[in-house]
Structure formats: C-alpha cells, structure tokens
Design a protein. Structure first.
Length: 152
C-alpha cells in the first residue's frame, strides 16, 4: 500500500508498486489532463509536479512515492499557475493541445523557481517538452507575458 497526496487529497494505491504514476493518475484516479506520449521520458506530455518539481510520470513508479505530494494540471494552483494559464489563453498557445498540460506544468515550475526567466532559462526549462505542432514561439512568449503579469 502506497500512501501519497494527489492534488492535496490523501490517496492510497494498493496495486503493483512498479505501476507508473501516469497510469495511477489516468486509469485509477480518472484525471486525464496528464497525457501519455512516449512512455520513455522523452516528450514531457506526462509532466506533473512531485513535491513542486516537474517530473515525468510515465517513468515514475508509484512505489517510490510513499508520503509524496503529486500535483497534476487539474490541481495546480497559486500565483504562477494563474499567470501561466491566463497568458496561455490570451495568446492562444495550443494547436492540437496534446502536449499542452505538460508544457504548462513545466512553465509553472520554471516561474516558481525563476521569477523573470530569460530566453535561455525558458529554453533550458522547456527543452524536455516536445510539441509536434511547434508552438514553441508562443510558449516562450506566454511565459514572458506570465512573468510580466506577476510583476504588476
Ligand atoms: S509520456 Fe512521459 S515523457 Fe513522454
Ligand atoms: S499543440 Fe499539438 S503537440 Fe503541442
């Protein structure tokens, strides 16, 4: 039995400890905002926060999460999350949308650690999040806009 927090709610998982967190989130908890892309930590579609740090849930076994706090796109909150979501909507970042919850989770984590990132910071923080629709330019702009909005 693994006890952990998911979006600030206590959860128990009774199955195989090798089960990837992504399956627990999607199949057991029915939170489908977090996406499966590659399954091998190469695309970032499955990004969630583990104790505030962005991780790839497709390669994170649930058995390693005893006592941990996991946040998904459905539960992420706070100043940075509000600013990022607003900036994403304002400049209409997504195209197909498939990669976007992972992009947003990485962007929020970046702003939580670096309040006014430059292009280099953004590229470094977002390099593990692949977008097949190539929305990278709008993602970068939205992160700058979110940072600016938090200054006011
Ligand atoms: S699905 Fe996890 S990194 Fe691609
Ligand atoms: S918006 Fe389509 S993959 Fe990123």
């Amino acid at each position: 039995m693994v006890k952990f927090m998911l979006n600030r709610e206590p959860k128990n998982f009774d199955g195989d400890g090798e089960t990837p967190l992504l399956w627990v989130i999607r199949d057991f908890e029915k939170l489908t905002g977090t996406k499966f892309g590659c399954g091998i930590a190469q695309c970032g579609a499955c990004t969630v926060h583990l104790d505030g740090v962005p991780i790839r849930s497709c390669v994170t076994p649930i058995g390693a999460l005893e006592g941990a706090s996991v946040t998904t796109i459905e539960g992420v909150s706070g100043e940075e999350a509000t600013a990022v979501k607003a900036a994403w909507v304002a400049i209409d970042v997504p195209q197909c949308g498939y990669c976007q919850s992972g992009q947003i989770m990485s962007a929020i984590a970046l702003l939580q650690s670096t309040r006014t990132p430059d292009d280099k910071d953004i590229d470094a923080a977002m390099s593990g999040n692949i977008c097949r629709c190539a929305t990278y330019h709008r993602i970068r702009q939205a992160i700058h806009n979110a940072a600016t909005s938090m200054e006011g």
